[in-house]
Design a protein around this ligand. Structure first.
Ligand code: GRF
Length: 199
């Protein structure tokens, strides 16, 4: 069985991308990151890809601040197909994905979100959790569908909320959990996958 080919999409710091890279380097995840793409040319995730010598590219979103135009999605799909990506991993990607990208990778796009979905979808989920005064929150890896943080759940990790938490201390605890969860979830998916992965 050949290594699982991962494509990563991110808009920010890329700490989850880094966690996937580290899990592969340690030998905990039998995969290869064959493409990293970002809609933000100066994003740290692209710098990290450069440092790792991983193939990377900027997505041209035609000047739209938050929309992800169809032409751009088609270009991402083509780039990912040319790189022979098996699974697209969203890691802090801030635009909503729809067809044609989802159609090109059915059941092959996953995301990591900083809450126990379906609780607290959307932005700054750790702030939502603290404001709601819940005793625990966490993080979720799920399949991506056309909604916002709504696809079927693959794996979750629980994180306690302490009475002394600030937004930033809770965010940090959730991020540490995310860095363990994402490689684990991909490993679990890998076990279930067939088709192109059997090459
Ligand atoms: C993570 O908290 C993830 O759950 C959310 O965006 C954040 C990305 O962080 N979807 P990073 O760029 O991986 O550091």
């Amino acid at each position: 069985m050949r290594k699982l080919h991962l494509g990563v999409l991110g808009s920010g710091s890329g700490s989850n991308y880094q966690a996937l890279h580290d899990a592969i380097t340690r030998g905990d995840l039998d995969a290869e990151i064959v493409m990293v793409m970002s809609d933000i040319p100066q994003a740290r995730i692209l710098e990290r890809a450069r440092e790792h010598g991983a193939p990377h590219a900027v997505i041209d979103c035609r000047g739209f601040a938050s929309k992800f135009p169809s032409e751009s999605q088609a270009e991402v799909a083509l780039t990912m197909q040319e790189a022979k990506v098996d699974l697209i991993c969203l890691a802090g990607f801030m635009r909503l994905i729809k067809s044609p990208l989802l159609d090109a990778f059915p059941q092959r796009v996953i995301n990591i979100h900083p809450s126990l979905l379906p609780a607290f979808p959307g932005l700054k989920a750790w702030e939502q959790a603290l404001d709601a005064k819940v005793a625990e929150t966490g993080c979720t890896v799920h399949y991506v569908d056309e909604g916002m943080d709504t696809g079927p759940i693959i794996l979750q990790h629980r994180v306690p909320v302490w009475p002394t938490d600030s937004y930033s201390s809770l965010h940090q605890r959730i991020q540490e959990a995310e860095h363990q969860l994402y490689p684990q979830a991909i490993l679990q998916l890998r076990m279930k996958m067939d088709g192109p992965y059997e090459a």
